[in-house]
Ligand binder design. Sequence first.
Ligand SMILES: C[S@@+](CC[C@H](N)C(=O)[O-])C[C@H]1O[C@@H](n2cnc3c(N)ncnc32)[C@H](O)[C@@H]1O
Length: 318
Amino acid sequence: MPPQGAPEQSRAADSVGIVTPGDSRDAGDTWRPTPIQHLFDQSDRARLKELLPSVPGWWVDIGAGWGRLLPAYFDPKRNIALIDQNLTALETVARFYPHSNVHLILADAYRLPFRGDAFDAGLSVRTFQQIDTPELLLQEITRVLRPQATFVLNYTNKKSLLRIVRYGLDSFRSEHQAVSDNLFCTHPRYLEELLRRSGLTPLRSRSCGLAEQVIKAGGYLDRLLAKAPFLVPPLALGDRVASHSLGRLGLLPNVFAALRKEGTAPPAAAEPRPGLADVLACPHCRKFPLNTLETGYACSDCDRRFPCQGRILDFRLA
Ligand SMILES: C[S@@+](CC[C@H](N)C(=O)[O-])C[C@H]1O[C@@H](n2cnc3c(N)ncnc32)[C@H](O)[C@@H]1O
């Protein structure tokens, strides 16, 4: 995914001192969001702001990409772990987010390099659609969250109005369905069953993305809107109205679901705020704490080493 910033992203970023792609303070800035990309970003961030909690502590963004959504939840009082398997994406984050509370972790979402109960909140956006074994990912999310922590999971809705019109009864079959290579859509009922088995309780959800789907369906619309950007505000308004009507009925293509890990919340910690070394664990054998080396971390059980490249910690398993 090429990095694209947004004017709104830059303004949000200014308030917390973040330099993002698209920010004019970046001399090497060549990225400009198209009006459509700006619209998608705004819609995703609005849903996140509705559903994410306001807690400090440790946060995790699974499949964070180049950090497109960081402005929606960045806070200097939070420690934020961005996880992705794509080195180039994390290098982009490193370039635009120099903040010491933003931690960049190259890892597989199925084998997160964290101890259990490490995170106070988290999110995963536009990544579940690339996950072929969703139950494994949900187990891993549950493991690393503290009891009562909130996690916002975004997925592609198999039962959206557009899919019902296009695919009829097939849209009602409860499954995580491959729609193309490495791309899946999920029936909400199927997800609920997986969540129940994983120990995650659905709190509330919002669906959105009507304009995005319509634009993607007719490729020429994207080109038309790029040439006639004055059409974008009415489209954005229509999209917002749809999100607040059809979206609440769960009929739009892009679902954001707020989930809560079951269990009793631990008492507020008296010890100082945990640092990175306190939350890391070996992704292979789960051992913690890891030994801190000059060049990264090492596991004393399985002898694996996890090097640090610049600000990026490499926890991939060979
Ligand atoms: C479509 S991008 C979304 C990025 C970001 N969340 C956003 O909304 O802009 C999906 C990201 O998930 C990452 N991803 C997919 N499967 C993964 C896995 N098993 N482990 C880690 N990252 C994964 C990809 O590398 C990619 O950066």
